[in-house]
Design a protein around this ligand. Structure first.
Ligand SMILES: [Zn+2]
Ligand SMILES: [Zn+2]
Length: 255
């Protein structure tokens, strides 16, 4: 009786390489400069006064860019001022990512008290918006909130890195890769560390349910920016990220 031929070592190796190549994408990791003092809250490099003239920079945390016509956003649930998690000037983004931002500046806010849950990237406790920077910045420090504006990480540039899915085994199962090839890949995973901090990346970091977040337009959203565990800037260990849809909408997801 004929038996099913077993793949030989060479073809198994070539399958592994083909799959790994198909999984490799380019992520961009920021060069961060963290400033965490308020009384002498001046950036040594640039002499930036936190909460005042840092508002026009690409950064994590701190005071948002606001003009006279752009209000500080309030939480849709508790009506308290939302906290800035990240703002990115389009011109500071790596070239391949600039096309996915339509205005000068992308800002993502959240409410520490009522931020989004796993199942709701469009929670009223979060806001992602794009604003023009045509008008002068007139940022107002929200009274009583000075502390949260005193920890800022400036983004000085972006470095490209090879990137793979955060949960490789789940991804291989999702792709229906057979057990033999899957085990071979997991025994010798791709070179390079898993990028677990802040990164611009379209690979999802987590595959915990729901793995696919739907946009308001019903299309699946893809990961755009992973913020990782930004305890220093947002107050606790939640993992956050910005999702993007081909329709142009973005949302802040807390996991
Ligand atoms: Zn709230
Ligand atoms: Zn959409």
């Amino acid at each position: 009786m004929p038996t099913k031929p077993r793949p030989d070592a060479a073809s198994k190796k070539s399958s592994v390489e083909t799959i790994l190549r198909s999984l490799e994408r380019v992520a961009f990791v920021p060069d961060l400069t963290r400033i965490a003092t308020y009384e002498d809250g001046v950036d040594d490099d640039d002499g930036i006064a936190l909460g005042e003239d840092d508002a026009t920079r690409s950064k994590l945390g701190g005071a948002p860019y606001l003009s006279a016509t752009v209000a500080h956003p309030l939480c849709g649930r508790c009506k308290e001022p939302l906290q800035l998690t990240v703002q990115l000037l389009r011109r500071d983004l790596p070239e391949p990512w600039q096309a996915s931002v339509a205005s000068d500046l992308l800002q993502a806010f959240w409410c520490r008290e009522c931020h989004g849950n796993n199942d709701d990237a469009f929670s009223k406790g979060t806001l992602v918006r794009e604003v023009s920077m045509d008008e002068p910045c007139t940022t107002r420090i929200v009274p009583g909130d000075e502390d949260t504006w005193s920890i800022v990480s400036f983004i000085r540039g972006w470095q490209p890195h090879p990137d793979f899915p955060g949960a490789l085994e789940d991804e291989l199962r999702f792709m229906k890769v057979g057990a033999a090839i899957r085990n071979a890949i997991l025994e010798s995973p791709p070179d390079g560390e898993v990028l677990d901090g802040v990164k611009l990346s379209t690979w999802r970091r987590w595959t915990s349910a729901p793995a696919v977040f739907k946009c308001k337009c019903r299309l699946p959203m893809s990961w755009w920016l992973h913020l990782g565990e930004l305890g220093p800037t947002i107050g606790d260990g939640h993992t956050l990220g910005v999702l993007s849809c081909t329709c142009g909408l973005k949302a802040l997801q807390a996991d």
